[in-house]
Design a protein around this ligand. Structure first.
Ligand code: PLP
Length: 274
């Protein structure tokens, strides 16, 4: 497998990361994960734009065309037709100090790829979720390398026998630890508005478009945990998890406790588009 670090494509086991890369001790950078289906990068432009935007939010300047080229080369060199491609950009390499490096220090790009299959079982059978307090910072719209809260909360979900932790601030649902959350009630699709409390998922945006094309009304407005638990259908979305039904929240059944009709309709439309 070929990976990329700081200007070089190398065999995976030949990559060594500089310990003065600010990604190492500050998590000072941003990242993207894209899905490759049949050798095509899905929603490529949207992911590139979000990476540039995330970087801009933390005052890192990146060249979109350079990133595009690295990603295309990663895809072509690895020849994995169905894969997840990871790319991160850190602020650069300089001795540890909180202050930004001197001018002239260049951002550092790291990229690797893994073969992945579509999560067929989870998409058919659904997954369990638990709710947790969203104690993350207030800039969740940035796809930052800092994922300590997300990893702690995802592990708590697993320890409780669930797949995802659905987060809330004072009872208002924001998103999952690595997914956006949707609830369907009386035929209307609800999800948190795209603001600083959630990552504006590329899959989230895609699903909203699909819903509109299927004449499913969409309401981008925050809802409560109580509303979520009383929904007819709930699902989570992400680049790798696509549209995955949630069949229980805190061990309380959602609807009939199986994947719902509108969820299946959206999954079908998603599948047709990849
Ligand atoms: N929300 C968070 C916190 C995430 O980390 C992710 C993806 O990793 C998502 C939502 C889903 O985003 P996307 O659909 O772009 O993969």
């Amino acid at each position: 497998k070929i990976s990329y670090y700081n200007g070089e494509f190398l065999d995976d086991d030949k990559i060594s990361v500089n310990y003065n890369d600010r990604a190492v001790y500050f998590g000072d950078g941003v990242y993207e994960v894209v899905r490759i289906y049949d050798n095509e990068i899905f929603t490529f432009e949207e992911h590139l734009d979000r990476l540039v935007q995330s970087a801009k939010e933390i005052r890192i300047d990146i060249d979109k065309e350079e990133i595009r080229e690295i990603m295309i080369q990663m895809k072509d060199k690895n020849k994995l037709p169905n894969a997840a491609l990871y790319i991160q950009v850190s602020r650069g390499i300089e001795g540890r100090t909180h202050l930004f490096p001197e001018k002239g220090v260049q951002p550092v790009v790291l990229s690797f790829i893994n073969k992945v299959d579509r999560p067929i079982d989870a998409m058919r059978d659904g997954v369990k979720a638990v709710t947790r307090d969203d104690y993350r910072w207030l800039k969740c719209h940035i796809k930052s390398l800092n994922l300590l809260s997300n990893t702690l909360l995802k592990q708590e979900a697993k320890d409780s026998g669930a797949t995802e932790a659905i987060l809330h601030r004072d009872g208002v649902v924001t998103e999952g630890t690595s997914t956006n959350v949707f609830a369907i009630r009386d035929g209307v699709l609800h999800t948190h508005e795209a603001n600083n409390f959630v990552l504006n998922g590329i899959t989230r945006q895609y699903v909203i478009k699909l819903a509109k094309s299927l004449d499913i009304p969409v309401k981008e407005k925050a809802f409560t945990v109580d509303f979520l638990k009383e929904a007819d259908e709930v699902f989570i979305t992400s680049t790798t998890q696509e549209i995955t039904p949630v069949i229980s929240v805190d061990d309380e059944k959602i609807g009939d406790g199986v994947s719902g009709e509108i969820t299946r309709k959206l999954q079908k439309a998603f599948e047709a588009g990849i």
